[in-house]
Design a protein around this ligand. Structure first.
Ligand code: FES
Length: 386
């Protein structure tokens, strides 16, 4: 992946996109701030010795891991603030925003119970929802965000307006009502600081705004009108789409129809919207009956090799099989959207059920999502270190 843009590039490891070992670290909650009645912003303290592990680019996310009612639960959350240099003695901090999901065990627990002083397992940052271009000139970005999709966009806006004096940002931000909108005051503050460089376009689906264009669902017609009459899609360098699966796909389709190049569109999903994809857990281990045909998975992880077999009939994913012998195989969503489980397929063939995380160039380089990939050849070899 190309470097982050221009002079505002954050520290080397994160900026160059080098694959960092995805490891959980216990971090202490420094503060919890209510954003809306259903959402909180959580600040984690990063001690100086973990500063390198938590360097990140704006737009990246972390996975959180907790045990709730005896079950391990993992969820990915975007970092919602621009990276800022820490203090060598006291360390730095990272922040995520958590919104209560209907039926979401983790988010409900966090919104109701998480408090300063708690310790949560946090995985080192990851993700591609970052500018891919290298800009020597002022860049113009635009984002279409809905609900908690604003979270990574906040970090992008804060970084590009604060660190690059001539970049501009257009934000289309859709919520049901103004009371549901996260970071409303923070966005207003950014608008006060950068009045000519930030354009905010709030859309409310269940509340009337003075202009019809900004009241109602972001359907294709409304999106097309916004993108042609308000935003000038042809002048924007890169697009960031984050929100429910259907909205993101609709917005991408409209942009492509308007002539925007697919390579200029970044997409971030933490869920496909299907209930079975939101668990952050892998299916229970399977066992082969005596004499049952199996496939063999060779893998490399953290510099060591391993082997595991899986019954052909079970259609077990590579991730689920490998977790039987190595509990530290990286994963977060287990639903094909976060990309944490990606590895290079060195040998063999797989059937990958879903992919909402890997980009075409990564697929061309042989990357697969191991949480979605079932071996289809007698042997496969995957490399999590590549
Ligand atoms: S664990 Fe999220 S894509 Fe595989």
């Amino acid at each position: 992946m190309p470097d982050a843009v221009g002079t505002a590039a954050p520290p080397a490891a994160a900026a160059e996109g080098a694959r960092r070992r995805a490891v959980f670290h216990p971090l202490r909650v420094e503060a919890v701030r209510p954003l809306t009645p259903e959402a909180i912003e959580v600040t984690f303290a990063v001690p100086p010795e973990l500063a390198g592990a938590f360097e990140y680019r704006p737009g990246q996310h972390v996975a959180l891991r907790m045990t709730i009612d005896g079950d391990e639960v993992r969820r990915s959350y975007s970092l919602c603030r621009a990276p800022s240099p820490g203090d060598a003695a006291r360390g730095s901090s990272i922040r995520v925003a958590i919104k209560r999901e209907r039926g979401g065990a983790f988010s409900t627990w966090a919104v109701e119970h998480l408090a300063a002083g708690d310790v949560v397992e946090v995985m080192s940052p990851d993700g591609h929802f970052t500018p891919h271009g290298r800009y020597e000139r002022p860049a113009h970005f635009a984002a279409i965000a809905a609900g908690s999709g604003i979270t990574p966009v906040m970090a992008l806006i804060e970084h590009h307006l604060g660190e690059r004096p001539d970049d501009t940002f257009d934000l289309v931000y859709s919520n049901r009502t103004a009371g549901d909108a996260m970071f409303l005051d923070d966005l207003a503050d950014l608008k006060d600081r950068f009045p000519s460089r930030l354009a905010l376009h709030h859309v409310l689906t269940r509340e009337r705004r003075p202009a019809d264009l900004f009241s109602g669902r972001l359907d294709e017609r409304r999106l097309e009108t916004l993108l042609t009459r308000v935003l000038r899609a042809d002048l924007i360098d890169e697009w960031f789409l984050c929100g429910p699966f259907e909205l993101v796909e609709r917005a991408r389709a409209v942009l492509l129809r308007l002539g925007v190049d697919a390579s200029a569109i970044r997409v971030e999903l933490f869920s496909t919207g299907r209930a079975e994809d939101r668990r952050g857990t892998v299916p229970p281990p399977v066992e082969a009956a005596p004499g049952e045909p199996v496939r063999t998975i060779f893998f490399r992880l953290d510099g060591t090799s391993g082997t595991v077999t899986t019954p052909v009939s079970a259609r077990e994913t590579i991730l689920a099989a490998a977790l039987r012998t190595r509990g530290d195989v990286p994963f977060a969503c287990a639903g094909g959207v976060c990309g944490t489980c990606r590895a290079v397929l060195r040998e063999g063939t797989v059937d990958m059920a879903q992919n909402h995380a890997l980009e075409p160039d990564e697929l061309a380089r042989g990357l697969i999502l191991t949480c979605q990939s079932v071996p289809t050849s007698d042997t496969v070899s995957v490399d999590w270190d590549a």
